[in-house]
Structure formats: structure tokens, C-alpha cells
Ligand binder design. Structure first.
Ligand code: HAM
Length: 441
């Protein structure tokens, strides 16, 4: 047994699973690319103040969940709890917002939150996210939501519902805060200690407190939609109108307030029916004040992030399809050191041409090598011993049908394997299209 284990709330992705991760990430990145997004990569740690400023001092994330430490230079550093703050910092720092707007970035990142781990809730988790800086129109909100939905659809995820809300702008929210203060003050003795502290500074944060008592009290609190100013209300109406016209189902859900302080106006979550308590697979919204908060101009912006661990759980629960794992095309089984060297050379040549090849590097018996070839799912095997080296010929065995074919151990082997792989691709496409493509060669 190993002496060490992965730390609580963290997870390894083993080789048998990594194909699924690559598929989710590539699908999300490529759909986002069709919407004009390009990937941006930012550091895993930032100065702590960036998150205090953007995510907000009174949020659970900042108050309870951040991995914050002093580095050896005495600076306060935090492992990113989410992707938006770093993305905004980067576009601002590098002057991207001085060029043509909107600036659209996507990312796949690890995030860190000191939460109580359970299914779908980890301390190190991964997000796919997008951020669009400089788009004020309500159609941008609808487009953002459509992007999230297209990704979920492309991954074959069913049973998710879109929950939509507006949490207004600082102007209308001030009136709402007053109403919330009045409501919660009447029951302040029953609130948890953190929420009593939030009452004055940011009463909206009480609405997403995880303590059961606070949640029960919050259930009867006034709702933001009743306090929206005319502009915020018109914006929200247009977002809903766009989604309706595009045929996207949604529910207006006044409970969606999001756990991060930077949001303004539209907020949304996609909620899955396949997960228990941690059912939100995607969350996002508009954050018109964030860039200003970080020292830039007024740049209305918006985005979302999806939890990749949760997406994977949903896909598995729903029996969504993943692409077939790449297979070894040909396995060279060798007998004796001269054959082993010849196999190495042939493998190198074939790999240069893009063919997936493996050969024995363990020194196993021929029988064990064939067993191994079967285990790794090699399509073909080729046994090379002294006899084959002398004649320059060997038998290529199809591992599925058992058919054998005489082949020469020279460059013609490449052509044979290449053609076989082309034939397979063509057959795959024919299956997919349900027609006969053979005439197209
Ligand atoms: P968030 O709602 O905090 O938003 O996180 C987004 C998604 O990350 C969640 O819906 C969930 O799927 C996943 N997630 C969050 N915490 C955990 C956890 N502890 N374990 C596993 N998965 C988790 C944000 O982070 C915003 N930055 C999203 C955004 C981007 N808004 C605008 N732009």
C-alpha cells in the first residue's frame, strides 16, 4: 500500500478517465470558439486582494473558503477560488480592453475552495468558463446562456433546467438592501453569527448562507425582482424575450442570487435533475461593475462557469456517450534481441507517419506479449523473430477476426496500415450517415 493518499476533497484523474475529461474540455472550448471565444490561461494564484475586491469580502468564498497563505516574501497569496477575477485582471493588465470590444475569453482551470467535501463538491475542482468583456446589450446575456446550453447539448447532457433571475444594479439594489435589512433585523437573533455580521454590510449574502436556519428564514425574504429599476427591468424583459424567441425554456427563479458579489442584473444557473444537493452544473451572469472595481473603465461584462466534475457525474448518470478511446493500431511482438531492435526501428518509422504502435519493452514471453496486445486492444499484431528477420516477411494478424495477412517488413507496411485505417474511417462515416460512401474515394 502507498504511504500517501490524495488530500481530502481532491481527486486524481487516472489514465482510464482522462479521455472523458479531454472530451468535455475540447467540446466546450470548441463550441465557445464558434461563438468567438479564445482560450486564456492565468496563474493558479493571485494576490489575495484581487478576490476580496471582486468576489467580495462578505461572501462565503472569501470569508470561509479561500486557500490563503503568506509566501516567502511575506505577500498574501490566494489559490484562485474561481476564474472570473483572474480573467478580468489579465485582460485589464494587458490592455486588451483598449482594443475592439467585446473581448471574449474562455478557460479551463482548477479552482480551490475549502468546503465540506461531498459528491460533486470538492476542495480542488475544475471549471470550464467564458467571460465576455464590453457587451452591454441584453442580447449578449441571451447569447451567453445559449452558449452554455449549446455546450450542455453537445455533450449529450439532458435533464437540465435553466433558472434565471435579475439582481439589478447598485441603484435599485440599495432599496432592496433596505427591505432585506428590515426583514432580517426582525429575526436577527436566529441568524448564524456570520449572517448577523452581514446584516449591515451586505444583507443579500444572507440569502445564500448554507446554514439551515438562515436558509429557512431567507425563504420568506423580499425578492429583488420587485425592486428592479426601469432600466434593469427592461433589460430583464428583453433577455427573457430573446430566450423565448430562440425557443429556450427557462424558469424565473428569485432564489438564484449567486454566491459572488460582482454580479449585476442577469444571473442564471443550469440545474441538473441527476445530482443530489450539488445540482448546479453551470452558473453565471452579468457583472457590469467588476472592471471598474479593479481599476479600469466602465466595461459591462458577463460570463459563466461549469463545474467539470459535476458535468462528468451528470454525463455518467445519464449514460451520455463518450468517444471511443484511441487504440493501439499494431502491436509488434518480438522474439530475441535482434527482433526487439527491429521492432523498435519499425515502430519509430510508423509513428513518424502517425500510426499508433507499441512493442514489448518488458522482456515478456511471446505468449505474454500476445496477451498484453489483447489487453490494450491492439487492432493488429505482428510477430517478429529470427525467421521473419531473415525472410523480411511476417504475418499481420487482425485481432478481431483472427485473419492473417502476409506483409513485408519494409515501407509497404506503412501503406497497408494507413489504408486499413482509412477504410475504417470511411466505414465509420458510412455508418454515421446511413448511406454508401464507397463511390466517393
Ligand atoms: P460558481 O457558481 O461559484 O461561479 O461556480 C461555477 C460552477 O463551478 C458551479 O455551478 C459548480 O458547477 C462548480 N463548482 C463550484 N464550487 C464547486 C466545488 N466546491 N466543487 C465542485 N464544483 C464546484 C463562479 O465560479 C463564477 N466565476 C462563474 C462566472 C463566470 N460568472 C461569471 N463568469
Amino acid at each position: 500500500m502507498a504511504n500517501y493518499k490524495a488530500m481530502r476533497g481532491t481527486q486524481d484523474v487516472l489514465p482510464s478517465q482522462s479521455g472523458k475529461w479531454q472530451y468535455m474540455e475540447q467540446t466546450a472550448l470548441s463550441v465557445a470558439q464558434d461563438f468567438g471565444y479564445r482560450e486564456q490561461r492565468t496563474p493558479v494564484f493571485e494576490q489575495t486582494e484581487l478576490f476580496q475586491r471582486s468576489v467580495g469580502e462578505t461572501t462565503d468564498v472569501v470569508q470561509k473558503e479561500m486557500y490563503t497563505f503568506l509566501d516567502k516574501g511575506g505577500r498574501s497569496v490566494t489559490l484562485r477560488p474561481e476564474g472570473t477575477a483572474g480573467a478580468a485582471r489579465a485582460v485589464l493588465e494587458h490592455g486588451l480592453l483598449n482594443g475592439a470590444l467585446p473581448v471574449k475569453v474562455s478557460y479551463v482551470t482548477s479552482c480551490y475552495r475549502y468546503e465540506k467535501p461531498q459528491a460533486g463538491r470538492l476542495r480542488e475542482f475544475h471549471q470550464f468558463g467564458v467571460e465576455c468583456f464590453g457587451a452591454a446589450a441584453p442580447q449578449a446575456d441571451a447569447e451567453m446562456i445559449t452558449l452554455a446550453k449549446t455546450i450542455l447539448d453537445s455533450l449529450g447532457i439532458t435533464g437540465v433546467s435553466l433558472h434565471l433571475n435579475s439582481i439589478g444594479c447598485p441603484a435599485c439594489r440599495a432599496r432592496y438592501h433596505e427591505a432585506l435589512r428590515a426583514y432580517f433585523t426582525a429575526r436577527q437573533d436566529e441568524l448564524c453569527e456570520t449572517c448577523r455580521g452581514r446584516l449591515e454590510r451586505n444583507p443579500m449574502r444572507i440569502l445564500d448562507c448554507k446554514s439551515p436556519m438562515c436558509a429557512e428564514i431567507a425563504a420568506g425574504a423580499p425578492v429583488m425582482l420587485d425592486y428592479l429599476c426601469d432600466d434593469c427591468s427592461a433589460h430583464f424583459e428583453e433577455v427573457k424575450g430573446c430566450l423565448t424567441d430562440a425557443g429556450l425554456d427557462f424558469v424565473v427563479d428569485s432564489k438564484i442570487v449567486r454566491g459572488l458579489d460582482y454580479y449585476t442584473r442577469t444571473v442564471f444557473e443550469f440545474i441538473s435533475d441527476a445530482l443530489g444537493a450539488q445540482s448546479t452544473v453551470c452558473g453565471g451572469g452579468r457583472y457590469d461593475g467588476l472592471i471598474e472595481e479593479l481599476g479600469g473603465a466602465h466595461v459591462p461584462s458577463l460570463g459563466f462557469a461549469m463545474g467539470l466534475e459535476r458535468l462528468l457525474l451528470v454525463m455518467e448518470a445519464k449514460g451520455a456517450e463518450f468517444p471511443e478511446e484511441p487504440r493501439c493500431e499494431v502491436y509488434f511482438a518480438s522474439m530475441g534481441p535482434a527482433a526487439a531492435r527491429a521492432c523498435f526501428v519499425m515502430a519509430t518509422r510508423l509513428r513518424e507517419g502517425g500510426i499508433a504502435v507499441e512493442f514489448d519493452t518488458v522482456g515478456r514471453s511471446l505468449k505474454a506479449q500476445m496477451k498484453y496486445a489483447d489487453k490494450i486492444g491492439a487492432r493488429y499484431t505482428l510477430v517478429v523473430g529470427d525467421n521473419e528477420l531473415n525472410t523480411g516477411e511476417a504475418k499481420l494478424k487482425d485481432m478481431e477476426t483472427g485473419d492473417q495477412q502476409d506483409v513485408k517488413l519494409d515501407d509497404s507496411l506503412y501503406t497497408i496500415l494507413y489504408n486499413k485505417s482509412l477504410d475504417r474511417q470511411l466505414a465509420g462515416m458510412t455508418d454515421l450517415l446511413g448511406g454508401d460512401l464507397t463511390g466517393l474515394e
